[in-house]
Design a protein around this ligand. Structure first.
Ligand code: UDP
Length: 380
C-alpha cells in the first residue's frame, strides 16, 4: 500500500517521510501522540508564550546539508544560545570561560591561570577531563575547581548516579572555553525556526505523498511474525523506519533499556522577564538542574513570561511522572541490551532503527536529521 512506513513524527521520522515524498514515493507516518514533532513539539502557555512542551530544544549544526534541507520548510533567525550558571552566588557563563574565571578568582590568580592555560593549550576549548589529568599543578587545580563547581553535582542530579559512572562523552558535551566567548554551542550555524519546530515539521509533512495518522500506537498495529512484519494484519514488504524505544515495541523481550527522564514544571509569571539568559543552570543548589525562560529563545515580545524548571527523574513507563524517555544512558551494559534487539532485528531486513530513542544515542537535532537523510538516500 505504501512505499515506506515511518513510526514516529519527530525530526528524524519527518525527515525520512519528506525525502521519500520528494522522490514521489508514498509514505505512511504514524505517531502515538496527538501531535507531530516528537520532543521538539511546541505549544502555548497560559501566558501565551510559545514553550517547548518536552524541554528546550536549540538548533545548531556544522552540517550545511542539514541546514539546507530544513531551510526548505522554515525561515531561520540567528540565535546564539547563552547559558549562565549560579556558582558561589554569581551568575557566570557556562561553558566556563575566562569571564567565569575572573568572576570567581582573585585578579592575580585569574591572570596566573589564564597564562598557564594559554601556554599549555592551543585550542579554543578543552575537555574538563584534560584539565583534571594535566601535569601542571595550577591547571590541574583549576580543573578540579571547575569540575566540582560545574560538573560533579549537576551531573549527579541529572543522571541520578555519581559522575564517575556517567559516560565521558556526556561530560565532554560541555567544554571549558579558553577565551571570553560566551555561546553555549560552537557550531558554524546557530539558528532557530522563525515559527517554531512544530510549524517546520508540519510543513515537512505537508505533501500529497505523505499520510499522517496520529494517536496510533505502533505496539497495537505491528506484529513481528516468523515470515515478516505485519501492519494491521497485512504483511509489510516496504521499509519500516522506527524512531521509538525498541524495548517497548518488542515487549522488553531482551530486557529493559534504561532511560533518564524529567519532570518538567512550567510557571507563568506576570513580569516581563525572569532571568538574564535563556537558560540558567543550578549545578550546586536546587533540585532542578536548570531554568529556561522561553521568550529569550523565541524572541517573543510580551509583558508576561513563562519559565520551565527541569527536575531529573527516574524513567518509569507507567509512572505519573518520569514516563517519557528523554535520554539514553550510555554504558557497556545498556549497549549490550540494545545490541540484542539489533541482533534479533536482523531477521527483518526491511526494519530500520533511526534516531535518538531507537538507536539509543544522545543525538542532537542536527545529527538526527543527518542520519535520517542518509538512511533515506540509502533506501531510495
Ligand atoms: N553538565 C554539567 N553542568 C552544567 C551543564 C552540563 O555537569 O552546567 C553536564 C551534565 O552531565 C549534562 C551534560 O553535561 O548531562 C550535557 O549537558 P547538555 O547541556 O548538553 O545537556 P542537554 O541540554 O542535552 O540536557
Amino acid at each position: 500500500m505504501y512505499d515506506c512506513i515511518v513510526i514516529g513524527a519527530g525530526v528524524a521520522g519527518a525527515s525520512v517521510a519528506r525525502r521519500f515524498a520528494d522522490a514521489k514515493k508514498s509514505v505512511l507516518v504514524i505517531d502515538k501522540r496527538d501531535h507531530v514533532g516528537g520532543n521538539v513539539y511546541e505549544c502555548y502557555s497560559n501566558n501565551g508564550i510559545r514553550i517547548h512542551k518536552y524541554g528546550p530544544h536549540i538548533f545548531h549544526t556544522n552540517f550545511k546539508e542539514v541546514l539546507d534541507f530544513l531551510t526548505r520548510f522554515c525561515e531561520f533567525y540567528d540565535y546564539r544560545h547563552k547559558v549562565q550558571g549560579l556558582i558561589d552566588g554569581y551568575l557566570v557563563p557556562i561553558p566556563f570561560n575566562f569571564t567565569s574565571l575572573e568572576t570567581l578568582y582573585s585578579p592575580q590568580k585569574a591572570e596566573e591561570i589564564k597564562k598557564k592555560l594559554k601556554e599549555n593549550f592551543s585550542t579554543p576549548k578543552v575537555s574538563i577531563l584534560d584539565l583534571l589529568s594535566h601535569s601542571d599543578k595550577t591547571i590541574k587545580e583549576f580543573g578540579e575547581f571547575v569540575y566540582e563547581k560545574v560538573f560533579v553535582h549537576y551531573t549527579a542530579k541529572q543522571w541520578g548516579i555519581p559522575i564517575e559512572q556517567v559516560d565521558k562523552s556526556v561530560i565532554n558535551r560541555v567544554p571549558v572555553v579558553l577565551s571570553y566567548e560566551d555561546g553555549y554551542f560552537h557550531d558554524e550555524y546557530q539558528c532557530m525556526p522563525k515559527y517554531g519546530f512544530t510549524d517546520m515539521i508540519d510543513k515537512m509533512l505537508d505533501d500529497e505523498n505523505i499520510t499522517v495518522k496520529l494517536n496510533k500506537n505502533a505496539q497495537d498495529s505491528f506484529s513481528f511474525k516468523e515470515d515478516g512484519i505485519y501492519y494491521e494484519g497485512e504483511k509489510v514488504d516496504c521499509p519500516i523506519v522506527y524512531t521509538g524505544a525498541i524495548d517497548e515495541l518488542l515487549d522488553y523481550r531482551f530486557g529493559v533499556l534504561p532511560y533518564r527522564s524529567l519532570n518538567l514544571v512550567f510557571e507563568d509569571m506576570d513580569i516581563p522577564a525572569f532571568q538574564p539568559a535563556s537558560v540558567v543552570n543550578f549545578p550546586n543548589s536546587e533540585d532542578f538542574t536548570r531554568i529556561t525562560e522561553f521568550k529569550h529563545l523565541t524572541l517573543q515580545e510580551s509583558p508576561v513570561t513563562t519559565i520551565l524548571k527541569e527536575y531529573p527523574a527516574k524513567y518509569d513507563v507507567n509512572g505519573k511522572i518520569g514516563n517519557i524517555p528523554y535520554y539514553s544512558i550510555e554504558n557497556a551494559e545498556n549497549r549490550a541490551i540494545h545490541d540484542k534487539y539489533r541482533e534479533y532485528l536482523t531477521k527483518y531486513p526491511n526494519f530500520y532503527l533511526l534516531g535518538r530513542l531507537a538507536e539509543y544515542k544522545y543525538y542532537n537535532i542536527d545529527v538526527s536529521v543527518k542520519r535520517a537523510l542518509e538512511l533515506s538516500d540509502e533506501l531510495l
